[in-house]
Write a protein that binds this ligand. Structure first.
Ligand code: ADP
Ligand code: MG
Length: 249
């Protein structure tokens, strides 16, 4: 579904991303892990098309995302290929719009003529937002609720790929667990592929089946999530794992 091939990107003398390649199967879930500054967000921004790579290519369903899409239909198709949820939904949600309004606007744009009320109710239900939260402005919602709105908005587009960049990093541990549960559930129900970006190896096991580990812009290890967590090959991965608090016993 998603193919990332040989991406490199420099900012002046800083090489943020160096020859990064990975693939993500339809309905699959790939974790991208690494400490702060390892190039994860730059990779995500290139995948979304918010940033151009110096070299390399991103395709979704065989479509090259670096090719400029003209017209409204082209831009809408680009949006349906990939959506992103950021760490801080406060920055990405319009402070003047309730969840219901955001969803209605998004659906009107992408699926004109459909029964939006029914789809809105379905989306709200899928992300666990009640009637009160659906009509509240972002500032009257908790961090976890705002993240549910951001996830619902992304899913409304029915994207092939959903990129989650540190989407649970700002939440306390209990809410984090709820959102991870929600994501695991949505993955099964929607068939959307996840690119799950995090600095925290402790949160990947529930929501990813493959991992790439990035360090200083490069992929240093890759494999199934189970094998990387159980038997990390690279010293850097072992270091990341050692910093994950483990439950006793
Ligand atoms: P991560 O998301 O893993 O923390 P980033 O992709 O944000 O890493 O950053 C990788 C490197 O690129 C860092 O050294 C960062 O300072 C640098 N960088 C990222 N974006 C920019 C930018 N717009 N201008 C200059 N340097 C940047
Ligand atoms: Mg980042």
């Amino acid at each position: 579904m998603l193919e990332v091939d040989g991406l490199s990107k420099s900012y002046g003398s800083v090489q943020a991303v160096r020859d990064v390649s990975f693939t993500l199967a339809e309905g699959g879930s790939l974790g991208v892990v690494g400490e702060s500054g390892s190039g994860k967000t730059t990779t995500a921004r290139i995948v979304l098309g918010l940033e151009r790579p110096d070299t390399g290519r991103v395709t979704v369903g065989g479509h090259d995302r670096s090719v400029r899409r003209r017209g409204r239909a082209g831009r809408l198709r680009l949006a349906r290929e990939a959506q992103i949820v950021f760490q801080d939904p406060f920055l990405s949600l319009d402070p003047r719009l309730s969840a219901r309004t955001v969803l209605r606007e998004t659906l009107k744009l992408h699926f004109p003529g459909l029964d939006h009320a029914r789809r809105i109710a379905e989306l709200l239900d899928q992300v666990g937002l009640g009637e009160r939260e659906a009509d509240a402005l972002p500032r009257h919602l908790s961090g976890g609720q705002r993240q549910r709105v951001a996830i619902a908005r992304a899913l409304a587009v029915e994207p092939a790929v959903l990129v989650l960049d540190e989407a649970v990093a700002a939440l306390d541990v209990c809410v984090q667990a709820q959102i991870l549960n929600l994501l695991a559930d949505l993955r099964e129900r929607t068939g959307t592929a996840f690119l799950f970006i995090t600095h925290d190896l402790g949160v990947v096991s529930q929501v990813t089946d493959h991992l790439v580990v990035m360090r200083r812009g490069e992929v240093v290890e890759r494999g199934t999530t189970a094998s990387v967590l159980a038997d990390p090959r690279h010293a850097y991965t072992r270091l990341l794992l050692a910093s994950v608090p483990r439950p006793p016993g």
